[in-house]
Write a protein that binds this ligand. Structure first.
Ligand code: NAD
Ligand code: TYD
Length: 384
């Protein structure tokens, strides 16, 4: 099936465009919307529309001729080859992945398929296409691979933050599959000279994040009066990066990054999970006080959202701490995150409150099966 949200007009054909993969997911959709808002060149968006992909994220672009959506799998090499030949992009920005650690623990095969085989397929087709280009298009071409801080493993409380030189030590099937894809990207630059760029970023948050990840899950559970399941002791630390800051960083690396280099992107906001959840609860207490809700929405009845916090059995192999040193981004490009966690999370909570119809859409059907699978065996309520 090919779904198009627009066609290249004669006017825009010929303007160099980019191919984005996974642009219907959380970060990819934010990137596409951001790109169309600030750049002039068109986007071809290849996405398989897994449970995590949602065309509703892109509904604002329905009538924008600069965005062409193509439903397809990055593992489908013939499809990718045709797209490259047809649209002749000046860059590929690769977001498509299976991205949730807990799902990778339950069912790792899909992670190897999309993250490793899929990235390999894309690299092979990108190499063939790039080799066929004449100058100056060949020198200008870029393959930007979006990856994660999780490839570096877990830090102790006093360890320095991850730099681009930190050795890889992935711990989950997700992290291992992303590490493998990073290594392939590195090898394609080293061996074939493909002009690659890799970004490794910390935990993103913001609009359109699927409510299986910590921040949106907690917001959605809280407003539905459900338990807020905190794994283990809640003292695992993550660095939180507002998705808009991440998108700006990816654009900057695409324009200015040196081929073959990797760049760490962080939010400079280390928080324990418990701090994150309590912050969300405090913001909700202010924006949607429980006392103001009709009794049907607060049957307990409880006065504060924090009373919904429930410690549950830990994630197997749960990394204790991630922290990013984004000094290279600052030194080379003057980039630093613009959003503080407190303001970014407030905006995010407000976005979810304003988009409960979006939440309803993405949490129907298979979502409940996932919640039952992941949380059913965690004995919510007794902290085991
Ligand atoms: P997501 O799970 O929200 O979206 C992934 C998108 O990729 C979906 O639209 C899905 O349909 C698509 N997709 C999956 N398999 C595909 C395939 N085989 N072919 C084509 N499309 C496919 O993920 P996200 O949170 O937006 O993450 C985007 C990228 O950023 C990923 O590579 C992820 O590893 C990386 N990353 C994410 C975070 C984070 O906090 N979310 C942090 C670090 C790195
Ligand atoms: P997550 O959003 O899944 O991102 P990642 O595992 O890639 O860091 O989880 C962020 C942190 O929150 C992680 O330490 C696990 C924890 N967590 C919970 O405590 N409860 C939950 O229900 C979820 C989904 C995550």
């Amino acid at each position: 099936m090919r779904i198009e949200y627009g066609h290249f007009t004669e006017q825009v054909r010929g303007v160099s465009n980019i191919l984005v993969t996974g642009g219907a997911g959380f970060i990819g959709a934010n990137f596409v919307l951001d790109w169309i808002a600030v750049e002039s060149s068109p986007i071809v968006n290849l996405d398989k529309l897994t449970y995590a992909g949602n065309l509703g994220n892109l509904s604002n672009l329905k009538h924008d001729p600069r965005h062409v959506f193509v439903k397809g799998d990055i593992c489908d090499r013939a499809r990718v080859a045709r797209l490259l030949a047809e649209h002749r992009p000046s860059a590929i920005v690769h977001f498509a992945a299976e991205s949730h650690v807990d799902r990778s623990i339950h069912a790792p095969a899909e992670f190897v398929q999309t993250n490793v085989t899929g990235t390999f397929s894309l690299l092979e087709e990108a190499r063939a296409y790039w080799s066929s280009l004449a100058e100056p298009e060949k020198s200008r071409f870029r393959f930007l691979h979006v990856s994660t801080d999780e490839v570096y493993g877990s830090l102790g409380p006093d360890d320095p933050a991850f730099t681009e030189n930190t050795p890889y030590a992935p711990n989950s099937p997700y992290a291992a599959s992303k590490a493998a894809s990073d290594h392939l990207v590195r090898a394609y630059h080293h061996t074939y000279g493909l002009p690659t760029l890799t970004t490794n970023c910390s935990n993103n948050y913001g609009p359109f994040q699927f409510p299986e990840k910590l921040i949106p899950l907690m917001i959605v559970n809280a407003v539905q009066g459900r338990p807020l399941p905190v794994y283990g002791d809640g003292l695992n630390v993550r660095d939180w990066l507002y998705v808009g800051d991440h998108c700006a960083a990816v654009r900057l690396v695409l324009h200015k990054g040196r081929p073959g280099e990797t760049y760490n992107v962080g939010g400079n906001s280390e928080k324990t999970n418990l701090e994150v959840v309590k912050t969300i609860c405090t913001i909700l207490d202010e924006l949607r006080p429980l006392r103001s809700l009709p009794i049907t929405h607060n049957p307990s009845p409880i006065a504060r959202y924090s009373s919904l916090v429930t410690f549950v059995r830990d994630r197997p192999g749960h990394d204790r701490r991630y922290a990013m040193d984004a000094g290279k981004m600052a030194a080379e490009f003057g980039w630093k995150p613009g959003e503080r966690f407190e303001t970014g999370v407030r905006k995010t909570v407000q976005w979810y409150l304003d988009h409960m119809d979006w939440v309803q859409n993405v949490t129907s059907g298979a979502y409940r099966n996932w919640i039952d699978l992941n949380y059913g065996s965690r004995k919510i309520g007794n902290g085991e």
